[in-house]
Design a protein around this ligand. Structure first.
Ligand SMILES: [Zn+2]
Length: 500
């Protein structure tokens, strides 16, 4: 069984004076956190304990009881009458920060020692403990009650006393029979929200490696992300190689056009005013619109990808690594637009990953090198062209591909998505059997498969480059339209499967 956590975000509706209470409550929470962080810093050994033991130890050091009338660092010096559950929430928050800080520190010391042992200078600065605290208050059981779909009663510090208050909540309803975690009071801008983590258990189908190596019928959904019209092309394929379904998620042009229009407006506005004030966002409204549209599209596309995978019972989702952004020439709106389209690809991946995980689907990424230049059927190089043109050469970004080795013709993005899926299975098949020397792989004499002689002779470097392909090297192939010639010979050797 695997576990997934989602956060349900709900809006709190309260009178204007109550916002000050929430703020006071958060300030106090952070004071208590900071206090416990100091206590931990003074007693670092506490971090060797489990969270539960650490909690007991910290309470012993700070909390006055009949049995423990004079603790070393009494919490009462910060604030009196803090409810036990408020204190414990703050202790756990402080413990989390302290664990993170001290592990950073240890890593930094290790790196420093290593550099000094080699006689190198070490310029990296040490991590510093948090100077300010801005944590959201967690409400442990006991700090809230009477929760319904439309309201909740919370215990908060008003600035002068502890008080129970009833707040109305709106927004997404909590799913029935979900396992609720402790809600948090979150401030965004001037609005306060209640965030509730919920946990769900689901059946996991095991690691990708296990799925791919033990079950030939495992379905893999491979996704090619683009910055053109086909934002995403997804193909379902079994490990043994049957292709079951493909879907195109369109709409790239519209998003690009819309974004470009707004970026153009920003550029013109900036030109008019002539200066951009420092530390001040210009064209706030336009930037917000761009951000929201990108966010929205990334959610829609990632959702469609995961839905498609679910619908076809795929249990593995695979993307290619993103590579580097190709810097282009052109107007501000064009460059800015491409940059954002590229970022959106990253966002689609991230969102798809967590959405897939919630659906019990695992996500992986493969080397992007030449994914759009390789024939999915015979692995030789393809010609890429636009309809109406001769099927030869390689036109960057053109919609169609043709393979002169095996005669495959089709959509370029779909071909790329197929190649991406194959790379994932290849990764594990490679591990199963040791790499065969390439020469042994040559076709028997007279098999009649036409591989140009010079291609065979240049097989030599392929072992190295084949292994190289396993690493997560960021591909340059897609990013450089100019280098058409060299990668051509590269790929024929790297994926030497002319007979399969
Ligand atoms: Zn082919």
């Amino acid at each position: 069984m695997a576990k997934a956590t989602t956060t349900i975000k709900q809006v709190l509706n309260y009178g204007p004076e109550h916002a000050a209470w929430f703020a006071a409550n958060q300030t106090l929470f952070n004071q208590v956190c900071a206090f416990y962080f100091d206590v931990i810093q003074a007693h670092v050994k506490i971090l060797d304990l489990s969270n539960k033991e650490a909690l007991t130890a910290l309470e012993k050091l700070t909390h006055i009881t009949q049995r423990n009338p004079a603790p070393v660092m009494p919490l009462d010096e910060v604030a009196e009458d803090i409810p036990a559950m408020f204190r414990r929430a703050a202790i756990h928050a402080a413990l989390g920060s302290a664990r993170s800080f001290f592990s950073h520190l240890a890593r930094w010391q290790k790196a420093k020692e290593k550099a000094e042992a080699k006689g190198k200078k070490f310029h990296e600065r040490p991590p510093v403990p948090p100077r300010t605290w801005n944590k959201s208050a967690s409400l442990y059981a006991g700090m809230w009650k009477e929760r319904s779909d439309s309201s909740i009663v919370l215990k908060v510090w008003t600035g002068t006393c502890w008080s129970w208050m009833k707040v109305r909540i709106t927004g997404r309803e909590l799913p029935i029979d979900a396992e609720l975690g402790s809600p948090q009071l979150i401030r965004k801008g001037n609005q306060w929200y209640l965030h509730t983590p919920i946990e769900r258990q689901f059946k996991s189908s095991g690691k990708i490696e296990k799925q791919v190596t033990t079950n030939k019928q495992t379905k893999i959904c491979s996704v090619d992300l683009n910055i053109n019209e086909n934002i995403a092309v997804c193909t379902i394929r079994t490990v043994e190689g049957s292709i079951l379904a493909t879907t195109f998620i369109h709409g790239g042009q519209r998003v690009n056009g819309f974004r470009k229009k707004l970026l153009g407006r920003i550029a013109r506005n900036r030109h008019k005013t002539g200066i951009i004030a420092e530390n001040e966002q210009d064209n706030v409204h336009l930037w917000n619109t761009i951000r929201h549209v990108d966010e929205q599209v990334a959610h829609l596309v990632s959702n469609r990808i995961v839905q498609f995978a679910k619908q076809h019972e795929a249990t593995v989702l695979v993307f290619e690594h993103l590579g580097n952004l190709k810097p282009t020439k052109g107007k501000y709106s064009k460059r800015g637009n491409e940059k954002r389209a590229f970022w959106m690809k990253g966002r689609i991946f991230r969102y798809a990953k967590y959405k897939a995980y919630h659906a019990g689907i695992l996500t992986s990424r493969v080397n992007p090198r030449n994914t759009s230049r390789e024939c999915a059927r015979c692995h030789s190089l393809v010609a890429r062209y636009t309809e109406g043109q001769p099927a030869e050469g390689y036109t960057y970004g053109a919609p169609l591909v043709a393979c002169h080795q095996c005669g495959m013709r089709g959509n370029a993005d779909r071909n790329a998505s197929l190649v991406i899926g194959q790379r994932l299975t290849q990764r594990y098949q490679k591990q199963e059997k040791p790499p065969t020397p390439l020469l042994a792989k040559r076709e028997p004499k007279g098999s009649g498969v036409g591989i140009p002689q010079d291609a065979k002779n240049r097989n030599r470097p392929s072992l190295r480059s084949a292994r190289h392909g396993d690493s997560n090297e960021h591909g340059t192939a897609q990013a450089t339209g100019m280098r058409m010639v060299e990668p051509v010979s590269d790929i024929a050797h790297q994926l030497r499967l002319p007979l399969e």
